[in-house]
Design a protein around this ligand. Sequence first.
Ligand SMILES: *[C@@H]1O[C@H](CO)[C@@H](O)[C@H](O)[C@H]1NC(C)=O
Length: 602
Amino acid sequence: MRKTHSSLVLLLAAALCLLIGPTIASEAESNFNDDDDGVVEAVQDDTPALATDENGEELVYESPKYDPKQFHFVDHFDDIEKSQKLWVKSQAKKDDIAEEIAKYDGVWSWEAPQRIVWKNDIGLVLKSKAKHAAIASKLLKPFTFKEDKPLIVQYEVTLQEGQECGGAYIKLLSANKATDDLTKFNDKTPYTIMFGPDKCGNDIKMHFIFRHVNPINGSITEKHCKKPKDRLEEPFKDKLPHLYTLIVRPDNTFEIRVDHNIINEGSLLSEFTPPVNPPREIDDPEDKKPEDWDEREKIPDPTAQKPEDWDDDAPPQIPDPSAVMPDDWLEEEPEMIPDPSAQKPDDWDVDMDGEWEAPLVDNPVCEKVSGCGKWKAPLIANKEYKGKWRAPMIDNPNYRGKWSPRKIPNPDFFEDLTPFKMTPIGAVGIELWSMSNEILFDNIIITDDLDVAIDYAAKTFDLKRKYIDKESDTFLNKVMTYGKDNPWSWRIALVLIVTPLAFFFYRLMSGKKDTTATDKKTDAVQPDDKPSENKEDSTEESSPKTKKSDLEVKEGADAADNEEDSGKDSTEDVDGGASEEKETEETTSNKPRKRRVRKDAS
Ligand SMILES: *[C@@H]1O[C@H](CO)[C@@H](O)[C@H](O)[C@H]1NC(C)=O
């Protein structure tokens, strides 16, 4: 209650500041801008904002021209016909699950992003959710790891609907018979590397897994890269394009970059679990701890004796033997008595409610004296108290240290010092199961030249992000300029936003009072079934939720705003007035209505 109150005050204070603030600021600004009015006019232009680069050149996308010789694989998906010839949709079935969910029937589509930046910038979109989906393409030329050149894998993902649970990783399929027929591509198809983001709930991963071939017997083990230092949350939330780059070098080092920033790096030999190379020695499984092996470092002194006068049972506290009962102590008088002013209620039913008894109250007689009832001496510390006797600990003469089995050479030992030399890659595949749809893949490339990858990103991803950043800048500019030229618009906007919020908080507070009042009333009639029901119906009002921090409540409001106005809306709605109107309408009409429903229910 207190918190809600103070947050209301804070809100109103903030509203006042904001109402007065812009007036001063805008006056100062308009004085400042008097000379170059023209600049302001220009930004105010009603034609839609086009993002431009530093030199004022409009940012325009063209499908990158490239020399295919520089790539092992490259697809920008813009040439739909050509791209669709490259990719093969899987018609496989998972063999280890129920028939009805076993099919790879996820839907793939070549289309522009939902948030269109350029109509001609097409991506490969996983349209369906909660379905197995798999699609793959042969490389232009296999990547064999034989040359002294790095492997660079780079691609772009936009989680257009965010992601709660699901991956957006790709698999570099090993070149062999299993990858000849890509219509059979499934989760068991052997891959050499799996790379990319994955998330389920709070578990966020940036996979880099490679499958290592045991040089002794040819068995294959997945090696998982250590976790990056930082949690990678943004790509799963912001619905923007992100660029993932994996670099694996002939010197067995690797690097993972997200949006060009290195987020993980290290050595194939040391940063993977299980390690590529098994230990040289292992514990001898035959070796057993001898019966008489004494691992106790200290033992109780066997020669020590309990002193004669040691009493294990002496209590830590005893009644003070020197204390005496005060003269005015009334031992015959009870401490509590039945309330003489209490009256049996009229509707008391002895059959139903049992014999009526007045509630007990403090005996007023005792207030005027030292005390009533049986007198007890106060407790004091017992000088005789020693606790349970224990022999002092001494070094164990038979102590032989902690036992561990002897080491023997590991029969499975091998040493692969060039794990970079992996199984050749013949195809690239996407094999997913996701709880979110509309996952857009774009600009998938595999090359052995980092400069080529960086240059390709500059013509695609970098340009797109630049556009998106500029575009949101421009939107902000527009809003600011509008506010500057029409200072009243700020105040109206704020009144329209703050008033309903304040009203909402006010209802929250008074709503709380209402419920407690009804609680009491109803309690008398049907004491049993009320509270739990009430909690479900009016989560926001019931006392546990009222304790939620102000922040949380505000966040909630923000989130609601965002959901309505974010993304497309905020960029298209350049006219501030329209969105304001929409917002108020929703806030004022929604909240009281919800309240009413809840009241009826309780
Ligand atoms: C190969 O050796 C590893 C131990 O290094 C062992 O775990 C595995 O079972 C062996 N596989 C085969 C197919 O023999």
